[in-house]
Design a protein. Structure first.
Length: 103
């Protein structure tokens, strides 16, 4: 699986410091993910992310504020990596497959 990033769209539950919110999971890979949040999250914040029946632990490594909230890149704890056989978002796309067939 390596460092391949997968595009996805799924509502998940985020708990970080004072933040408790439903956020959109936009991308996921073995060691992290990208979330879109309406509620601000601080870079470095430790979090718990509940997705389906799976819980990920980790920290926010990059926060990009925008007009509607923020885009947050998170790094999962080595103890809770993403494994597609344990949790797979309903809308999951491997960008490497786009254009693979050609014309």
């Amino acid at each position: 699986m390596g460092t391949s990033r997968y595009l996805c769209s799924e509502l998940v539950f985020l708990e970080a410091a004072e933040t408790r919110a439903v956020v959109n999971l936009e991308e996921i890979w073995t060691t992290g993910a990208v979330l879109e949040c309406e509620t601000p999250v601080e870079a470095g914040a430790r979090f718990r992310l509940r997705a389906g029946n799976h819980t990920f632990w980790g920290s926010a490594v990059l926060v990009e504020p925008h007009a509607f909230g923020c885009r947050v890149e998170v790094e999962f704890s080595p103890m809770t990596p993403w494994k597609p056989e344990e949790y797979s978002p309903h809308h999951l796309l491997d960008p490497a497959t786009l254009g693979a067939g050609g014309k």
